[in-house]
Design a protein around this ligand. Structure first.
Ligand SMILES: [Zn+2]
Length: 51
């Protein structure tokens, strides 16, 4: 799985959860890595992801 903002690889934890965050809008689901979360605000990320 890759970050939809910067294309960095997103790891899974041993519980099979992603190291990152999902952004959802309707049926669209995007995933964002922790670095992008630190770098951008929620609003900026949603804009980048077209959400
Ligand atoms: Zn990223």
């Amino acid at each position: 799985m890759k970050c939809d903002s910067c294309s960095a690889r997103i790891e899974l934890t041993f519980m099979n959860k992603i190291v990152g965050t999902y952004y959802r809008k309707g049926k669209k689901k995007k995933v964002v890595c922790p670095q992008c979360q630190k770098q951008y605000s929620d609003a900026e990320l949603r804009q980048k992801l077209n959400l």
